[in-house]
Design a binder for this molecule. Structure first.
Ligand code: ZN
Length: 352
């Protein structure tokens, strides 16, 4: 699996290279297969002027992103005349040394690698883990090993909440279950997907868990005084789940949103176009909810978007500027606007 995602897509699509820069301005998007789930996947099939409406949405996304949220502009790179960043290969990210585990808040820790994130939430009744990494080996070394390094006992994991049914989020569940008896929780739609047809499967991803707990829209999961509110946010998959919960830093409480599926993997087929519309609808819906609840922390399950590893390092170094994971409600809403506008731009291109 040494080939980069970029080369994989070129091979898969049997199309000439894209990203020729400004000269390429109109694109009919090719339904390119995607190797994974956190990178922009759409690829151009032919050149020509990008529709003005699509350019307007991309510009709105750029304005919303500013300098601090530019990582989310990767979502527009499948159609943008000038990509915001070079394509990145998941293999390259997985090959990087894993960052040290660390606490983002007093009750929330990062135990992932540079490709995909897993998070541990401490509760009075034990640990809740969000996503299980790619495979058992990563779950053993990064999740269980990371929790131990942070003074936590992985045998107390009560549940693993799986944000969506792609293997880089459930692949390590088997190991976590074997050491703790943890339950697996996923949405109905994505349980069904993993039982019927695996998307973007890879040989180095573990196999899906057996159907267990089903996460539902509006459900409040409780472990002692810890509550996690479940949102169904279809888009990346039709059963993608996002989670709302409180995080603590000293005496301060913040409201965190973990977005369960950021990358675009849409194609010009009816079901993928349905996902694209769902992504647009959900980013709008949740943006209103963020404003209503004063959500001020926005995290992802891929470092590529939320830059969690960098934020952890900044936090560990201390400093007067405060916890970098605390973005403020206005900036969380801005991140959702960037995602929404990139999705709208993509829809314009795909609809023409
Ligand atoms: Zn995915």
């Amino acid at each position: 699996m040494a080939a980069s995602l970029f080369n994989f897509l070129r091979t898969a699509s049997e199309m000439p290279a894209v990203h020729e820069g400004a000269a390429l301005s109109r694109r009919r998007l090719l339904a390119a297969g995607c190797l994974c789930c956190a990178l922009p996947f759409a690829r151009a099939q032919s050149a020509g002027p990008l529709p003005a409406q699509a350019l307007a949405h991309l510009e709105a996304a750029r304005r919303a992103a500013g300098d601090d949220l530019r990582a989310y502009m990767r979502l527009g790179d499948g159609i943008a005349p000038t990509p915001s960043a070079p394509p990145v290969s998941p293999d390259a990210l997985m090959a990087l040394p894993a960052p040290a585990p660390g606490w983002a808040f007093d009750n929330l820790c990062f135990v992932g690698n540079r490709w995909v994130s897993a998070w541990g939430l401490t509760t009075p009744e034990g640990l809740v883990v969000i996503d299980a990494m790619d495979n058992d080996d990563e779950a053993r070394t990064l999740v269980a090993g990371g929790l131990r390094k942070l003074g936590q006992d992985p045998a107390t994991i009560q549940a693993v909440l799986i944000t969506h049914g792609h293997g880089d989020h459930y692949g390590g569940f088997g190991h976590l279950r074997s050491i703790s008896g943890a339950r697996a929780a996923m949405s109905e739609a994505d349980w069904t997907m993993t039982e019927t047809k695996l998307e973007f499967d890879r040989p180095d991803w573990g196999r899906p868990p057996k159907r267990d707990l089903v996460l539902k829209e509006g459900e409040a999961l409780r472990w002692g005084d810890t509550q996690i509110d479940v949102l169904l946010t279809p888009g990346h998959t039709m059963g993608t789940v996002s989670l709302l919960f409180d995080v603590r830093e000293g005496k301060r409480r913040h409201r965190a949103l973990l977005w369960g599926g950021t990358a675009f993997n849409f194609q010009r087929s009816p079901d993928r176009m349905q996902r694209l519309q769902a992504y647009i609808d959900q980013t709008e819906r949740v943006r209103r909810l963020v404003e209503a609840q004063g959500v001020d922390v926005f995290i992802s399950n891929h470092d590529l978007f939320d830059e969690a590893v960098n934020k952890l390092q900044v936090r560990q170094q201390g400093g007067a500027s405060g916890n970098p994971f605390v973005m403020g409600t206005e900036n969380v809403a801005r991140a959702l606007t960037v995602m929404n506008e990139c999705a709208r731009a993509t829809k314009v291109v795909w609809s023409t």
